[in-house]
Design a protein around this ligand. Structure first.
Ligand code: F0G
Length: 517
């Protein structure tokens, strides 16, 4: 059968290096076998992260050239505000929006009519150009938004120091706990349950969902202790799995009943919307824009890293509803956030982002909601998973939005490897050494199983993540990677276990620990 028509071509080409396994072996030793520290320039395929690694579109490059680096109220600031209104409030990724980004900035009427009128209960309070009741904060990246939110909130919640979630990304969880919050994760059970390979691309179990019953039971007992419910879309903790609209709606209903604000960690909002459109009953005829709009209609606020579904290389935002539950509950938080934003990141019209990055992200937000782009993006990840399965490699299935996760319990089945052997890290080291391919362990090492109580350990899946950058790799890269993984699978008995030689107790140790095979 004929595959999908391609959705993009490349205009700029970068040659890849020729590096020998022996050379990479020496460098691995130099970087204490920490895959994050391995020089990217010596790799053939880098699946470490989909974050900030996108190739930008020609429209984004054009927008970037329109970047304005003024210190106060640059054009990109207005473009980003308007993009957020269009996409997260109005549900209208309008045709002429990109044209305005590329040609605007001297449209007096636009400044007056669009920005002076407050969007009531919206995520971007335009009243007084964000002067009076600021609720939209630009930051360098997602974790800065998390850090600003949690560290500010911590001073206002009293005893309500618990956050309930379907899954915290590592920086999100670390920022929340560094600010003094307790984390309660209720992921719907069954993440690693088998899924028939022939149903990939035809069905989805929305394994990223919040376990509504468990979350509600917890809230019935501990309502007073909970300051926020946080839904991560897609659920990066749970192998990039999507969250259904029914689940988000259900979480919002519980939140409303208990008067607790519902926030989204919305990094991959467009990919999540695509899964809803494709697989959830009742959404096939809705546009991505409409689905995104409905998703955000249930939220009181959100954090977002523009490095994922902003198609940008840098950027983040924190926003909450003007005069909504969050703003009423934590009176005055907007001004406090603004003060701290200015102290640490820069004034509110750039928050640590350059004017040109604001432009690239504004255009990216419109382009990422394009259905053809999303279809090809998700299909590439699906076909990566299918090719692995066809080679006898087990992957967490159905595959998620931005990454394929190898099931390492299956990979090492019969090899007598214990979680504390960190053999999956050994696999990533051999993959770099022999093939110049970088992936990240997302299991007992990354989630620090050895430092956790036995009952917490059981919930940690043993995975290796291959995160697929947007617009970067072709089938050629995928096929090379599949063949390399298959080769290591054939030699799995010889893959080394790994010990931690330094930094075992550091927070987010995978970035900085020293290791040894
Ligand atoms: N939330 C989620 C769900 C994320 O996946 C990430 C980053 C962040 C927050 C933090 O955003 O990187 O802009 O500070 N995830 C990347 C990844 C790093 O590889 O999954 P950031």
């Amino acid at each position: 059968s004929v595959p999908l028509p391609p959705a993009h071509t490349a205009l700029v080409v970068r040659s890849l290096p020729t590096v020998r396994a022996e050379e990479r072996k020496r460098i691995l030793e130099d970087v204490e076998y920490n895959v994050f520290a391995f020089p990217a320039g010596l790799l053939t395929c880098d699946f470490l992260s989909d974050s900030g690694t996108s190739a930008m579109t020609d429209v984004q490059w054009a927008a970037l050239m329109r970047g304005d680096e003024s210190y106060g109220r640059n054009w990109g600031y207005y473009c980003l505000l308007e993009a957020f209104r269009d996409i997260f409030e109005r549900g209208t990724a309008r045709e002429h929006a990109i044209e305005r980004i590329l040609t605007g900035s001297v449209d007096v009427e636009f400044y007056q009519t669009k920005l002076l009128i407050s969007s009531q209960r919206g995520f971007v309070n335009g009243g007084g150009y964000q002067l009076e009741r600021p609720n939209f904060f630009i930051l360098p990246q997602g974790r800065c938004a998390e850090s600003l939110l949690f560290s500010t909130l911590a001073g206002m919640v009293g005893e309500s120091t618990t956050i309930v979630s379907n899954g915290f990304f590592d920086t999100t969880g670390a920022n929340a706990s560094a600010a003094g919050f307790q984390l309660q994760v209720f992921t719907q059970p069954g993440l690693t349950d088998p899924f028939p390979p022939e149903l990939i691309g035809k069905k989805n179990n929305f394994k990223g969902n919040l376990d509504l019953a468990a979350a509600e039971a917890f809230l019935d007992e501990h309502r007073e202790e909970v300051s926020m419910i946080l839904i991560t879309i897609t659920n990066n903790w749970a192998a990039a799995q999507p969250v259904s609209m029914a689940n988000i709606r259900g979480a919002a209903a519980i939140a409303k009943k208990k008067s607790i604000p519902l926030f989204l960690d919305a990094c991959r909002f467009a990919e999540n919307a695509y899964f809803i459109q494709r697989y959830e009953e009742g959404y096939a005829d809705k546009t991505i824009a409409e689905i995104v709009q409905e998703t955000f209609s249930y939220a009181e606020g959100f954090t977002i890293s523009l490095k994922k579904d902003g198609l940008a290389n840098m950027g983040g935002v924190l926003s909450f509803r003007d005069q909504g539950l969050f703003a009423r509950k934590y009176q005055g938080i907007g001004m406090l956030l603004k003060e701290r934003q200015i102290l640490s990141y820069g004034n509110d019209s750039y928050g640590g982002m350059s004017g040109r990055d604001l432009m690239a992200a504004s255009a990216g937000l419109y382009q990422v909601t394009d259905k053809t782009y999303l279809r090809n993006r998700i299909t590439q990840v699906e076909s990566f998973a299918q090719k692995l399965q066809a080679n006898g490699i087990a992957v967490l299935s159905p595959p998620g939005g931005h990454a394929v996760y190898l099931d390492m319990d299956h990979f090492f089945f019969g090899c007598n490897r214990k979680p504390e052997d960190f053999a999956s890290v050994g696999f990533t080291l051999d993959l770099i050494k022999d093939y110049g391919i970088r992936a990240a362990e997302s299991g007992p090492f990354g989630w620090a199983a050895d430092l956790k109580a036995p009952e917490e350990r059981v919930g940690i899946p043993n995975l290796v993540r291959f995160a697929v950058p947007r617009h970067v790799y072709s089938d050629e890269h995928i096929d090379y990677t599949v063949a390399a993984i298959r080769d290591l699978y054939d030699r799995r008995h010889n893959i080394p276990n790994v010990v931690i030689t330094r930094g075992k107790h550091m927070r987010l140790r995978h970035f900085s620990a020293g290791l040894k095979p």
